[in-house]
Design a protein around this ligand. Structure first.
Ligand code: SF4
Ligand code: F3S
Ligand code: ZN
Length: 103
């Protein structure tokens, strides 16, 4: 599962679509965590798609990640600022790849 303490345990190494990327990143095999308020561990995501289907405010968008060992697309928290903290995505992800800091 995604580390809920990732902002302490990882370094911000990049930006993507207006959000932070938390390393380590070593493309294409290692992609890190995308987002901060809504964070998706790209190295865990298997492109199940439940988060995209269920988010009531369409926070997520697919991004292509060719060559990643788990899946060749990922749910990117492209509109994390719109999140209403409903926690649905956290509940439905089968691999616990998402952390939402509702605090
Ligand atoms: Fe969308 Fe709710 Fe997840 Fe926020 S917590 S990203 S609103 S499903
Ligand atoms: Fe990926 Fe989990 Fe969404 S596997 S596509 S973050 S439901
Ligand atoms: Zn991203």
């Amino acid at each position: 599962a995604i580390d809920p303490q990732f902002t302490e345990n990882r370094d911000k190494v990049d930006e993507h679509n207006g959000h932070a990327v938390w390393g380590p990143v070593d493309e294409p095999e290692e992609l890190g965590i995308h987002g901060t308020h809504v964070a998706v561990d790209f190295d865990l995501c298997i492109a199940d798609g439940a988060c995209l289907e269920d988010c009531p405010v369409d926070v997520f968008e697919w991004v292509d990640t060719p060559g990643h060992p788990e899946s060749e697309e990922k749910a990117d928290p492209a509109k994390e600022a719109q999140c209403i903290d409903c926690m649905l995505c956290v509940d439905v992800c089968p691999v616990d790849a998402i952390d939402v800091d509702a605090g």
